[in-house]
Structures are given as structure tokens and as C-alpha cells.
Ligand binder design. Structure first.
Ligand code: ADP
Ligand code: DP6
Ligand code: CO
Length: 361
């Protein structure tokens, strides 16, 4: 017998960034964060999981390449262990109700997991977020777990921190929590995706190359060496979390944009304050920051913004803007970065400008 489930998951791009762990095993963050989950029109992970008593071991293929030594992949093992434990409890409960012979012992079967991202992996476009969210969600479907999305977010968190936020659509808060066992470090939805339909994201793929410093490694070095990160954790993020939540609920784009840009800047400042420093932005990323700053200055009104850039741990820009300004921004970006010359690809969500192969710069 073969049991199979397939599902897809979206990426999320943080506007208040998570960067730093207080517990690297359980993946507990040093600050809370807020993100926007993008629609799946452009970027998504797709995962198929099969379970069978005939499988001699659990195997994983990522983008059609088999990942070997799965036993060394602690994050994957943590997600598998947590979901299998819940499945076992569910099987025991079902056995009491309908008899052990009528329950499929899926918790004892090995799995074949096949996952694909339709966008660059490990390039700062949140592939670990959609990837682990998809893994954990597909497991919960396969195992038919009676579990809430917030509970599921605690399991996805143990795969990749940012993944806990991708289980919800719309605007999501990852509460850092205070408990040592991580039982209160979870994602909660601030508002659903139809709360602010005018808000769009334009994704500028500056480079699809795999980053040289993974998020996991980078943030650990920042925690160890950056005094600025400590300042950020204690003195900046708590207040920003409140203001950002408020800006989202009030659909106040000016405040949303200001906080988004400042938080991206401070995250990259923490990377520079890491010793040795980490450089995720490149010349094109910085040029995009200048173009957006100029565009915002053109309103002539300080504090009024038409676009907000943000960069995760990579050179690729995500620009948040209201729908009515997206055509202007696309014109501006294509004027400064003609794709034929710069190999910069960009597509907005849900607009689709180009879908040609992205090349290295
Ligand atoms: P990104 O900026 O893309 O999130 P990270 O350094 O945070 O980059 O994480 C990249 C890693 O996440 C990959 O090397 C891989 O281990 C894991 N990952 C990415 N996509 C998937 C997926 N679909 N399924 C399982 N793991 C994934
Ligand atoms: C800059 O969630 O990828 O994108 O928990 O080690 O897997 P791990 O890291 P990850 O870090 C994301 C960092 C970020 C900011 C964010 O998404 O909040
Ligand atoms: Co990641």
C-alpha cells in the first residue's frame, strides 16, 4: 500500500526581520518578527510525500537531487519526529474508538519526500520558509493530524524559523515567546490577505546564485559578535512590532513603508557589524535602494512614501507598494536596470513581467 499527499506553500518576506537565535536546537529567536505572505502566483514550494511499509529508509529529493545523510539533517529530523509523534497519538486514539486493525500505522512507515521550489533556492528569497512550511503542512495532511495552524507553526519553526510564518496567509506575527521549551514561540495571523488587497510586492531577482553565508550560519555569527544586534533586540524591535502591527491594521502605507525600509537597513547594518562582516547586498541592491529613495523624495513631502524596499539575507530586492504605483515603479526599475543589460529579472505579485531565465550578474 502507498499513501501520498502533495501540497504547495508560499514564501513570506519579513518587514520586521528575524535575525538571531537564543536556542539553535529548538530555533527560538532573539526577537519577534512580522512578515507578509506572498500569493503563490509566482513563488512557491511544492512537496509530495509518500509513505509505504515497503520503503526501507526515508529519503528526500530537493529540486530533483537526492539529499544524502538525512540522519545528519537535524532540522528535518525534528520536523519528522514531531509530526510522527502526533500521528502515533492519533493512531492510539483512533484504535480506542475503532480498533487497532482499522487504523493505518502510518507513523511506522518510512517516507519518500520530493520537494521543488519554482524560484532560486538559498538565494535570499525565503526558500527555507516555503520549503519547511510545505514539508510540515504536507506531513500534517498525510497523517490527517487534528492540529491547529498555530500548533503546526511550532513544528515548522524547528525546520527553519521563518517557515512558521508561511503557514498563514496575509500578515503574520512570529511571537518570540519566553518559555525555554519553545511552547509559546509561534506564528499568529495579524490580518488575512484580503485585509489590504491594494498592497503588492515586486520581486527583483538581482542574482539567483546560492548565497555564500546561509541564514543559519550568518545569524549565529551576528549573535556572537554584534553589539548592534543586542541594541536592536532590546531597544528597537519591541516598539517596531507595535507600530508595524498598528500600521498594518490601519492600512497606513507611509508608516508601513518607513518601518519596512528602516528595519531592512538595520538588519543589514547588523550583518556589517558582525565580525568578520557579512555582505548580503551588492552594488545593484544598493542602486535599487537609491532609486526607490529618489522616487519617494519626488513626492516632495517628507514622511510620504510610494514604495518600500526590503532585502532578506541575499541581494534580491522586494519592493512593497500600493497597486496604483506598481506600473510607475516597474517603469523606473526598467529604465535604470534594462533587463538586457543588467540581467535583472523582476516580477510583481500578482503581475508577471518577465519569466525569462535569470542569469548571474
Ligand atoms: P533562503 O534565503 O532561500 O531561505 P536559507 O539559507 O535560509 O536560504 O535556506 C536554504 C536552505 O533551506 C536550503 O539549502 C535547504 O536546506 C532548505 N530548503 C530550501 N527549500 C526547501 C524545500 N523545498 N524543502 C526542504 N528544504 C528546503
Ligand atoms: C533575513 O528562517 O532562513 O530572511 O531559522 O536558521 O532557517 P533559520 O533562518 P531563516 O532566516 C530568515 C532571516 C531573514 C529574515 C526573516 O525572514 O525574518
Ligand atoms: Co531562509
Amino acid at each position: 500500500m502507498l499513501y501520498e499527499k502533495t501540497s504547495t506553500s508560499p514564501v513570506n518576506i519579513a518587514v520586521i526581520k528575524y535575525w538571531g537565535k537564543r536556542d539553535t536546537e529548538l530555533i527560538l529567536p532573539t526577537n519577534s518578527s512580522i512578515s507578509v505572505t506572498l500569493s503563490q502566483d509566482q513563488l512557491q514550494s511544492k512537496t509530495t510525500i509518500r509513505a509505504s511499509p515497503k520503503f526501507t529508509k526515508t529519503r528526500l529529493w530537493l529540486n530533483n537531487v537526492e539529499e544524502l545523510n538525512l540522519s545528519n539533517n537535524a532540522r528535518l529530523q525534528n520536523c519528522l519526529r514531531a509530526t510522527k509523534k502526533l500521528r502515533k497519538e492519533y493512531e492510539d486514539q483512533l484504535s480506542d474508538e475503532i480498533g487497532r486493525d482499522n487504523v493505518i500505522p502510518l507513523s511506522t512507515y518510512n517516507l519518500h519526500i520530493c520537494s521543488e521550489n519554482n524560484f532560486p533556492t538559498a538565494a535570499g528569497l525565503a526558500s527555507s520558509a516555503s520549503g519547511f512550511a510545505c514539508l510540515v503542512y504536507t506531513l500534517s495532511q498525510l497523517y490527517e493530524l487534528p492540529i491547529s495552524t498555530t500548533e503546526l507553526s511550532k513544528i515548522a519553526r524547528q525546520g527553519s524559523g521563518s517557515a512558521c510564518r508561511s503557514l498563514f496567509g496575509g500578515f503574520v506575527n512570529w511571537q518570540m515567546g519566553t518559555k525555554q521549551d519553545g511552547s509559546d514561540s509561534q506564528a499568529l495571523q495579524i490580518a488575512s490577505s484580503d485585509h489590504w488587497p491594494e498592497l503588492e510586492a515586486l520581486i527583483c531577482v538581482v542574482s539567483d546564485a546560492k548565497k555564500s553565508t546561509s541564514s543559519t550560519e550568518g545569524m549565529q555569527n551576528t549573535v556572537k559578535t554584534s553589539p548592534l544586534l543586542q541594541y536592536r533586540i532590546n531597544n528597537v524591535v519591541p516598539e517596531r512590532m507595535k507600530f508595524m502591527t498598528d500600521a498594518i491594521l490601519r492600512k497606513d502605507f507611509n508608516k508601513f513603508a518607513e518601518l519596512t525600509m528602516k528595519d531592512s537597513n538595520q538588519f543589514h547594518a547588523c550583518c556589517l557589524d558582525t565580525f568578520p562582516p557579512i555582505f548580503y547586498l551588492n552594488d545593484i541592491s544598493r542602486a535599487i535602494i537609491r532609486v526607490i529613495t529618489e522616487y519617494n523624495n519626488s513626492t516632495g513631502k517628507p514622511g510620504e512614501y510610494k514604495a518600500a524596499y526590503t532585502f532578506d539575507a541575499g541581494p534580491n530586492a522586494v519592493i512593497y507598494a500600493l497597486k496604483q504605483n506598481i506600473p510607475d515603479i516597474i517603469n523606473l526599475i526598467s529604465k535604470y536596470f534594462p533587463p538586457s543589460q543588467n540581467n535583472l529579472n523582476y516580477f510583481s505579485d500578482p503581475y508577471n513581467l518577465f519569466s525569462n531565465e535569470s542569469e548571474k550578474i
